[in-house]
Design a protein around this ligand. Structure first.
Ligand code: ADP
Length: 400
């Protein structure tokens, strides 16, 4: 069974094709700069060189058309006939409180997605356009939507509510939703395997540290709290996002510094975090390099990043009343021994002891990096959100 995974952004369409009998990825690619003259298509069939070509993609439907044409290219021999695509899985960032699980697409779901436009205006309309495109071009093929927020719908009310007037929740659905759910769910499942424990008996803290960063408390495979909130801005220090701040700072800036809401939005989302503090970059590698060569603001950015992560880890140990394991994943979590070490530093009293040698070892495999006697196992598990979406697609369609 071949499953096509589609992830539509405002100006990009990413895809992966999986053979679900083996869970092998057959192809992946991305069309960027949709609607612009410089639009291009990066594609890679598994086992072959990556190709890059410019393309004319005015919108999402044309982009999906280009991708399908590529997959059907007889020279590539990827698929002979469009019918070989048995199902499509779409990544959708925000399902509001309407969607607590992945769902097969039908009229009602499309309507529900439209109702989520307000809550995630930068994402949902583009996901919607992508679904319309595949519905048109792959008519009759079953499709599933997989939400970044769904995994967090098990968070209890006292953890997802903000202590604001209750009417804001009732009228505007203002509450914590959480994000990166597909990734947290995937690594929690893998961690249980690595720990050789049934998932329902595990207590885990999963740290997804990429450009966006979030930490989740996972009990028995279910999310019970997470650091991102109503939007992906809350929580950790990120590449360019500030994470937790005193909300009165916003009022102060609006009142006394003639900042418009739009400028403020850019400031909090694009000019803060590692970039805002270091003044150099939101890319951790650049900041680490500068810190190593004596740049004090880069040092401060790294220290703040790790301290905030450590604060969340420590508080979730309390929330979970002890843990079996901590998982590090995504670009930073998978690749930066420095960040892992500093985020776990000084937590020996909580049973957390990192093994410097294992932590510094270079590998792309799932692995344990705590000492042999550390009560809490620290793990590095590469995330695979697209495979998880393909798995969810099969699960939903098989149960439908
Ligand atoms: P996204 O959230 O966009 O998917 P990624 O998960 O790819 O992002 O993570 C990007 C982050 O990972 C960047 O800050 C980058 O510097 C960091 N990163 C990637 N490789 C390394 C590395 N070898 N060492 C340190 N940081 C790394």
């Amino acid at each position: 069974m071949k499953v096509l995974v589609i992830n539509c952004g405002s100006s990009s369409v990413k895809y992966m094709l999986f053979d679900m009998a083996t869970e092998k990825r057959l192809a992946k690619g991305v069309i960027e700069c949709i609607g612009l003259p410089e639009a291009y298509f990066n594609n890679q069939f598994t086992g072959s060189e990556e190709t890059k070509e410019s393309c004319k993609a005015k919108n999402h439907i044309e982009s999906v058309e280009i991708i399908l044409k590529k997959l059907l290219d007889p020279a590539a021999g990827m698929i002979k006939n469009i019918d070989e695509i048995a199902a499509v899985g779409h990544r959708v960032v925000h399902g509001g409180d309407k969607f607590a699980d992945s769902v097969p697409i039908n009229e009602e779901v499309m309507q529900g997605l439209k109702e989520c436009f307000d809550i995630a205006p930068l994402h949902t309309p583009h996901h919607y356009a992508g679904i319309e495109a595949t519905q048109k071009l792959l008519s009759g093929v079953p499709e599933v939507v997989v939400f970044d927020t769904a995994f967090h719908q098990t968070i209890p009310d006292y953890a997802y509510m903000y202590a604001l007037p209750y009417a804001l929740y009732e009228k505007f659905h203002i509450r914590r939703y959480g994000f990166h759910g597909t990734s947290h769910k995937y690594v929690a499942q893998r961690a249980a395997k690595l720990l050789k424990k049934p998932l329902q008996d595990t207590k885990l803290i999963t740290c997804h540290l990429g450009n966006g960063c979030s930490i989740t408390a996972v009990q028995g495979g279910k999310s019970i709290d997470t650091s991102m909130g109503f939007t992906p801005l809350e929580g950790l220090v990120m590449g360019t996002r500030c994470g937790d701040i005193d909300p009165a700072i916003i009022v102060n800036l609006l009142d006394h510094h003639e900042i418009t809401p739009e400028t403020l939005n850019t400031l909090l989302n694009k000019k803060s975090g590692l970039y805002g503090i270091s003044g150099l970059s939101g890319d951790l590698r650049t900041v680490l390099k500068a810190a190593a060569s004596g740049n004090d603001r880069a040092r401060l950015a790294v220290d703040m990043f790790c301290y905030r992560a450590k604060k969340y880890i420590s508080s979730y140990i309390g929330v979970l009343n002890g843990i079996d394991g901590i998982v590090f994943t995504a670009g930073i979590g998978e690749n930066s021994p420095t960040i892992r070490e500093k985020a776990c530093q000084g937590l020996q009293n909580m049973g957390i002891e990192i093994d410097p040698e294992a932590n510094n070892g270079v590998s792309s495999d799932e692995r344990v990096i705590s000492t042999a006697h550390s009560p809490v196992k620290i793990m590095v598990i590469p995330t695979n959100e697209e495979l998880m979406i393909a798995r969810e697609t099969v699960r939903v369609l098989t149960n439908a």
